[in-house]
Design a protein around this ligand. Structure first.
Ligand code: NAP
Length: 251
């Protein structure tokens, strides 16, 4: 793989302002892609990612959209095509948690997590494949989670959204394979981002005991895997779930 393996590609990274999405945006840009850094509530963080890319000689633009909203997701994809003239890569990364036991979970806790983590992947993928099918090329990566494979007490909404993303990945992969579009998922374990701030130190420490490699992952370690899945070298991989979890879920 060369340093510029994504040269002339246009990528949209949802939730590219912080955490894993930020690392993916930076990694893709370093490999030559023009990147749309989507954000919802963190314009400053998104602009900082864009600045870092542009300062290094790359191409990037920030775009505000709540991707759980169908119309806003469509606008995001439209922005990418209008700004950079094409769309080759979509990473459905935006995600949130609202953890509690089902006994205590409100309808809103359920709906917000499902809409933000799962419906967003439908919204953005549906808009993106219109362009990809015409061009007969596309790469979609859904950022799922080990929680979608193993389940997790206190995360029924989150686990269901991530399990749903995995099923969506496989179904869409079958629908668009004939048009040379691949659709894969990454299933990270515990990765060092702000999303873990909601967990107590005690819960995190006991959770890390389930990780054979014995540590949290780094956002960059998820980004490398995403860069592989969208590369030309991964052209024959579709409908797969790649665990990047320190060995936590061995499927
Ligand atoms: P994070 O640091 O909290 O970042 C979440 C990102 O999602 C932010 O950029 C945020 O943007 C964006 N976002 C949230 N709601 C959005 C919406 N409605 N529309 C657009 N963007 C939205 O979390 P992270 O750890 O990087 O998580 C990224 C993905 O990896 C998520 O899907 C998460 O479930 C998954 N994951 C994370 C871990 C982990 O341990 N960190 C493990 C497995 C899977 P704004 O700040 O601009 O709103």
């Amino acid at each position: 793989m060369t340093d510029l393996a994504l040269k002339d590609k246009v990528a949209v990274v949802t939730g590219g302002s912080r955490g894993i999405g930020r690392a993916i945006a930076l990694e893709f840009a370093a490999r030559g892609a023009a990147v749309v850094v989507n954000f919802n509530r963190s314009p400053e963080a998104a602009n900082e990612v864009v600045k870092q890319i542009v300062d290094a000689g790359g191409k990037a633009a920030a775009f505000q959209a709540d991707v759980s909203n169908f119309k806003q997701a469509e606008d995001l994809i439209k922005f990418a095509v209008e700004t950079f003239g094409d769309l080759h890569i979509l990473v459905n990364n935006a995600g949130i948690t609202k953890d509690t036991l089902i006994m205590m979970m409100s309808e809103n806790d359920w709906d917000t997590v499902i809409d933000t983590n799962l419906k967003s992947s439908f919204n953005c993928s549906k808009a993106a494949i219109k362009h990809m099918m015409r061009k007969r090329f596309g790469r979609i990566v859904n950022i799922a989670s080990v929680a979608g494979q193993m389940g997790n007490a206190g995360q029924a909404n989150y686990s269901a959204s991530k399990g749903g993303q995995i099923a969506l990945t496989k179904s869409l992969a079958r629908e668009v394979a004939a048009r040379n579009i691949t659709v894969n998922a990454l299933a990270p374990g515990f990765v060092d981002t702000e999303i873990l701030d909601a967990m107590s130190q005690e819960t995190l420490e006991s959770a890390l005991k389930l990780v054979p490699l014995g540590r949290k992952g780094k956002p960059e370690e998820i980004a490398y895997a995403a860069a592989f899945l969208v590369s030309d070298q991964a052209a024959y991989i579709t409908g797969q779930v790649l665990g990047v979890d320190g060995g936590m879920a061995m499927m």
